[in-house]
Design a protein around this ligand. Structure first.
Ligand code: FEO
Ligand code: CA
Ligand code: CA
Ligand code: CA
Length: 640
């Protein structure tokens, strides 16, 4: 096996973003001496930023040529292809509809294939993923299939759904797990007859674990005990654990529920976006489980983090209710210095929140039987930010979501702890959590101290009540997004207090010269982008930023081209474009081979809404989401 450090081991070397240019250490020191963590600091206004305040000291030192990045930036592209830097290759590993088993039928581009085909093929819209090594040259990939593109899945584009169409749509969702082996030049191929290969869909049986299991609101006519759910869908991004399991995150689950009956929407349903109308999937037309009137509790069994053992295809996925219920984007797991497992989690909706889970018990190296229960019990917290006077930066507090604390009482509508786990968003509002600009991925720097989170955009900021401009969300009608960075006091991930600033504010210096919307100092005409979403680090500390933004290349987005992936140096602030995607796609999903010589990324929904893409197969072919391998022609580490 390649001897690489585990991503859960702390790295003490020159990748550390702590430097004279970093303000976070100073902020922590200042905060500790001031002892005014919460409520005392004033909120930064957009006006102050426009007066020329730096976003962070990082952003003002971007002329340095990063030693971390050994590649030349690629230009903006509007072409229907993947572009990587000189000296690199990009090759498709697997696409939507490719067979995962020896007997899987071939992909039928007409959309007429039945559900039974999709059940044994790679799902649609691949998103978050993790590589689990078996040896130097073999590994298991677990890949989310977030949703489906009706415009390509059916000849009727989803407008005349039959019962089997619903089944097919459900089978296009979930997770695909499969073995791959290294071939030549650090490329990999599917092992079609591997014992590891598995499809998990919207109909796979799962266990509900933790405090919400068995609660009355979790019980349905099909599962009176409230402990067994069927399926997972809206699986956006992911995480993974030190004990070798995959974590998949249920995001826009509400969009699969609907009804033709008249219903009264409860305050809990409203906060989670449930109502009569689904998002166009039509599942409730032929599957009563998704009819909100007939099975109002079914939706409560979704919106969780699900833990999966990728090495045991017969294992039952576990819904981890201890971690709270919201529209989970991804989850970043660290082993805290004291042994507790800390998981950072974002809720991706305009004005929702940033969360943290701290396990009750401690991680014990080598005792994975016990470690596998760590996500069943613990405490959830939500972030509340303050800004220092005149700065886009300051401190923040993790507010505990425990019954009886912080106003989470019966009088305030919180009957018990179980309710808080099921309706975590309501608890967050009660404790005064900061409304955020759509927290997408969170990633912990390999030094284990700095945490980064993409805040993708928020057209409602400063426009809708309860979403004030300020703190880490400093722009009204924010259409470009920013990347938040924080550091826990004493580098203790269980500590209640942290210091924060922004690593970057995306913007368009071509369109908005000299204003708030031109972006921070580390944004220029050559690297500009909008809507950061996917985020991850490699072992050397390169920060990989994937975008899910507007690709119109017009107006506010003029000169930005197709969605892309960029590389950031967390120490100098420099950002360089590494890859551009095909037409109307999003780049999302990131994992590496253990030697970091292959990078796996996802290209999601090329040609969505019938935009003119024929990627990856060209000609007149149906565009298909796919997983792509990036390799370096000299066989080196990606990005070096
Ligand atoms: Fe599925 Fe928030 O992206
Ligand atoms: Ca995303
Ligand atoms: Ca997104
Ligand atoms: Ca997406």
């Amino acid at each position: 096996m390649t001897t690489r450090m585990s991503p859960f081991e702390r790295r003490e070397d020159d990748i550390d973003p702590r430097s004279e240019t970093s303000q976070l250490t100073k902020m922590i020191d200042a905060s500790l001496s001031r002892r005014k963590f919460l409520g005392a600091a004033s909120v930064m206004t957009a006006g102050a930023f426009m007066a020329g305040m730096p976003v962070s000291a990082l952003a003002s030192s971007t002329k340095a040529n990063s030693k971390l990045m050994g590649f030349s930036a690629v230009p903006v592209s509007t072409d229907d292809t993947i572009v990587v830097p000189e000296g690199y290759n990009a090759q498709v590993l697997i696409r939507w509809g490719d067979g995962l088993f020896p007997t899987s039928p071939k992909f039928d581009p007409t959309g007429n294939a039945p559900s039974s085909h999709q059940e044994v093929q790679f799902g649609d819209n691949n998103d978050g993923m993790t590589f689990f090594p078996l040896s130097d040259d073999r590994g298991v990939l677990a890949v989310n299939n977030e949703y489906c593109n009706n415009e390509y899945l059916f000849p009727h584009q989803g407008k005349k759904m039959t019962a089997d169409d619903v089944k097919k749509s459900q089978a296009a969702h979930g997770i695909s797990i499969f073995e791959i082996k290294r071939t030549t030049n650090n490329n990999w191929e599917l092992v079609v007859d591997s014992k590891y290969n598995r499809r998990i869909t919207a109909n796979t049986e799962m266990s509900i674990t933790g405090p919400a299991a068995g609660q009355p609101d979790m019980q349905t006519s099909a599962d009176k005990a409230g402990k067994k759910a069927l399926g997972t869908f809206g699986n956006c991004a992911n995480g993974f654990t030190p004990w070798g399991t995959y974590l998949t995150c249920e995001e826009n689950f509400n969009g699969y529920f609907g009804t033709k009956s008249d219903i009264k929407i409860t305050k809990e349903q409203k906060r989670y976006g449930l109502g009569k109308e689904d998002s166009g999937y039509g599942w409730s037309l032929h599957d009563e489980r998704f009819d909100v009137a007939k099975n109002p509790n079914e939706a409560n069994r979704h919106g969780w983090i699900v833990e999966i053992d990728p090495m045991d295809p017969s294992s039952t996925p576990m819904k981890r209710t201890a971690m709270g219920r919201f529209k989970h984007e991804n989850v970043a797991v660290v082993i805290n210095k004291d042994g507790h497992i800390v998981a950072y989690m974002g809720d991706d909706e305009r004005g929702e929140h940033l969360y943290r889970f701290v396990s009750k018990n401690k991680y014990v190296k080598g005792n994975d039987a016990a470690n596998r229960k760590l996500l069943e019990e613990g405490t959830v917290y939500v972030a509340k930010f303050s800004a220092d006077d005149g700065k886009i930066g300051g401190t923040g507090q993790w507010m505990e979501l425990t019954h009886g604390k912080n106003g989470l009482t019966k009088e305030n509508g919180f009957p018990n702890q179980e309710y808080i786990h099921m309706y975590t968003r309501l608890a967050a509002t009660q404790v005064g959590a900061t409304t955020m600009d759509r927290p997408e991925w969170i990633a912990v720097h390999p030094n284990q101290d700095y945490v980064f989170c993409t805040l993708t955009n928020n057209k409602n900021r400063g426009v809708k009540e309860g979403q004030p401009v300020g703190g880490p969300n400093p722009r009204e009608a924010n259409n470009y997004g920013q990347i938040l960075r924080w550091r826990q006091v004493n580098d203790d991930h269980a500590h209640p207090t942290f210091a924060w600033d922004l690593y970057v504010m995306a913007g368009n210096p071509e369109v908005h010269k000299g204003t708030l919307y031109a972006g921070s100092d580390n944004i220029n005409n050559d690297n500009m982008f909008n809507s950061p979403d996917g985020l991850g680090f490699d072992a050397d500390g390169r920060m990989w930023i994937q975008t899910d933004g507007k690709y119109s290349n017009k107006g506010d987005y003029a000169g930005m081209g197709n969605n892309s992936m960029l590389c950031g140096d967390p120490k100098t602030g420099e950002i360089r474009r590494f890859l551009t995607g095909p037409i109307a796609c999003e780049i999302t999903g990131l994992t590496f081979s253990p030697d970091y010589k292959t990078m796996f990324i996802g290209v999601q929904h090329p040609g969505e809404e019938l935009e003119p893409s024929h990627w990856p197969d060209g000609g007149n072919s149906t565009p298909r989401s796919a997983l792509v391998m990036i390799t370096k022609k000299d066989g080196g580490v990606i990005g070096s």
